[in-house]
Design a protein around this ligand. Structure first.
Ligand code: FE2
Length: 377
């Protein structure tokens, strides 16, 4: 596909057999969902929404639903060891199992994707309670990760059938997080191109941006990345593959510790990154260390005029990049699990539709400082 097309022009070339309204929810399989829910409320400002577990008639698991802006997280633990969720946690540690997509027709979504080669995870299934019904289906993507298709036009309960409203007396304020901007998957050696092809053929997505290992490398570590988007651009899944460097790629470190392919980071948008990051830091969220002073000294020359005070950005370690359509501000947390696997990105866009390639080098050098501390470089 021509590199000269704009993002909007590339997205317009996506197929239309799988209309998607946006991200419905992201479900983590956790060792202790109750404590994870407390962390996402306390540290990230998510709000209590719904709960399912033994008290609501679900015997084998407990699930906590949290929301901030349009971002809905579900944290789930199994209650016994011989459960697929426990198996998942044993292998991968806490991590993302479901990237659920909001669709108008979950049956058609399943049929269209499985006839194109999608591997079924869940046949179209109707779930009902007093609040109406939801149709859900799902297919596997990379690793053990699943795309669920959620059709909820006939439902008005707090989340899904079987869940009850979660009334909590502990409700920390939100941190200004608004919606999921993109979710990144890490795949194994030589697996990026087949995964890109899978998103094109099975999901009808288009590749809107590519980086190779010449663009994304530091002295030691390298990776390749391609960004896949659906036909309205609401859903974007960048795919990373490790590349050869002098030392171990950070993508390889992820694959070793997640014990397979999976979600590397979830990028969430804010309208005021300085306020959001100040709040998150005060609540104990740990971010990658700021790039060297030289990064901020070079900034006016590299990105031109921006509205924000560069000294404030430097104090917080916020990164800046520019493309043809505008600029963006971004920052990355440290991994939120003990295994060096999943992390979050906070992003504020001012027109820019890209992903901060100009920051990759500065970022990687920062990640590698952490990787070296863990003895994995
Ligand atoms: Fe990102």
């Amino acid at each position: 596909m021509s590199e000269s097309l704009s993002f909007a022009e590339k997205i317009a070339q996506a197929a239309n057999f799988l209309p998607i309204n946006g991200t419905d929810f992201i479900e983590f399989y956790c060792g202790n969902a109750k404590q994870a829910a407390h962390f996402y409320k306390t540290a990230f400002g998510f709000q209590s929404v719904a709960y399912a577990g033994p008290e609501t008639g679900v015997r084998d698991r407990a699930s906590y639903v949290l929301q901030q802006g349009k971002i809905r997280l579900v944290l789930t633990s199994a209650l016994k060891s011989d459960h697929p969720i426990s198996e998942h946690v044993r292998t991968h540690g806490d991590g993302v199992k479901m990237l659920a997509l909001w669709v108008d027709d979950a049956t058609k979504s399943f049929e269209e994707t499985t006839k194109r080669g999608g591997k079924p995870y869940m046949e179209p299934t109707i779930l009902k309670d007093a609040n109406g019904e939801v149709c859900m289906s799902g297919i596997y993507t990379y690793g053990e990760t699943v795309h669920l298709f959620v059709e909820r036009k006939n439902y008005n309960g707090p989340f899904l059938p079987g869940y009850e409203v979660w009334e909590s007396e502990y409700n920390p304020a939100d941190c200004g997080l608004l919606y999921v901007d993109h979710c990144v998957g890490n795949v194994g050696w030589n697996r990026m191109l087949p995964t890109v092809k899978w998103y094109e053929e099975v999901m009808g997505f288009v590749n809107i941006l590519s980086f190779d290992d010449k663009q994304i490398n530091t002295e030691y570590s390298a990776l390749m990345s391609k960004v896949m988007a659906n036909g309205n651009g609401y859903v974007k899944f960048p795919i990373n593959e490790p590349a050869e460097g002098k030392k171990k790629s950070q993508i390889e470190e992820y694959l070793d510790f997640y014990e397979g392919e999976g979600v590397q980071h979830i990028a969430v948008a804010t309208k005021d990154i300085v306020k959001t990051v100040t709040d998150l830091k005060a609540r104990g969220v740990e971010f990658l260390s700021a790039p060297p002073n030289a990064y901020y000294e070079m900034l006016p020359e590299r990105v031109g005029k921006i509205d924000e005070d560069i000294q404030k950005l430097q104090k917080l370690g916020i990164l800046v990049d520019r493309d043809e359509e505008g600029y963006l501000l971004q920052i990355f947390t440290k991994p939120v699990e003990d295994r060096p696997t999943l992390f979050f990105e906070i992003i504020e866009r001012h027109g820019a539709q890209s992903f901060g390639a100009g920051n990759f080098k500065a970022l990687f050098e920062s990640i590698e400082r952490e990787q070296a501390k863990r003895g994995n470089l």
